[in-house]
Design a protein around this ligand. Structure first.
Ligand code: GSH
Length: 237
């Protein structure tokens, strides 16, 4: 373990979400931490004590809550420099930026279902029938997600496959996993789980490079150990 003198607590909901890249980086970096999964019922009380009313929050040696998953990720990189080696710094940050772009292109597909009004639906006479749960909105969500799968998904899978090829793989920046892989792997995995409407769990199968990439990441001993830890936590929740 690399941080024998640091006591790190990471609090987030019991889902992968914004904290998963940080959890993965901590595991891959061999950084011990307290992985606190906040049950939804406890969130309203905790929310009042967080700086911006959001999770994840991190606390170091009992200090004040630190926010922003990207800041936490980079902090883990300072504790475990092998996850962002100096000679690969720009490559790693570039890859993280590309994962952010990939995520941003997917966000309306989720936002439309959760908060349609923020995307301009259901707030004008012309879109009055596009309220949450309505048939009109459901149809729009389906079209948007299907469009993502035929346009953005191949484009980004192509970008990432090329990056892996150029680096020599099997990871985004070469032979060893970095912070960038901690960002991409959970995003890709989400599209294989079959829980998102209109995104079949076979979605990645037409991108063999991505399937191989994800398999390489998931077979890392630290990622396997994290998987066992998650199963243990789920069984004892
Ligand atoms: N930019 C922040 C975003 C954090 C965020 O959006 N948190 C959401 C969950 S992913 C949250 O706490 N939602 C609950 C709420 O707002 O009450 C980060 O990356 O840490």
């Amino acid at each position: 373990m690399v941080n024998a003198n640091k006591n790190i607590t990471l609090k987030y909901f019991p889902i992968p979400g914004a904290a998963e890249k940080v959890r993965l980086a901590l595991w891959l970096g061999g950084v011990e931490f307290d992985d606190v999964r906040v049950p939804p019922a406890e969130w309203p009380e905790l929310k009042c004590h967080t700086p911006y009313g959001q999770l994840p929050v991190m606390s170091i040696n009992g200090g004040p809550y630190i926010t922003q998953s990207n800041a936490m990720l980079q902090y883990v990189g300072t504790l475990a420099p092998k996850l962002c080696p100096v000679d690969l710094f720009l490559k790693v940050q570039e890859a993280i930026g590309l994962v952010d772009d990939f995520e941003r292109s997917w966000r309306p597909c989720v936002g439309l279902a959760l908060e349609p009004e923020k995307l301009g639906y259901g707030i004008t006479p012309a879109t009055a029938s596009f309220v949450k749960g309505s048939p009109d909105l459901r149809e729009t969500i389906k079209a948007l997600r299907e469009g993502f799968l035929v346009k953005e998904m191949p484009m980004y899978c192509g970008f990432f496959s090329k990056m892996i090829e150029v680096s020599g793989g099997p990871f985004l920046c070469g032979a060893e996993p970095t912070l960038a892989d901690c960002c991409l792997a959970p995003v890709l995995e989400r599209y294989t789980l079959g829980f998102i409407d209109h995104v079949p769990k076979e979605t990645l199968n037409i991108y063999p490079g991505m399937v191989r990439y994800l398999a390489s990441f998931k077979s890392l001993p630290q990622v396997q150990a994290y998987g066992e830890h998650k199963s243990y936590m789920a069984a004892n929740a």
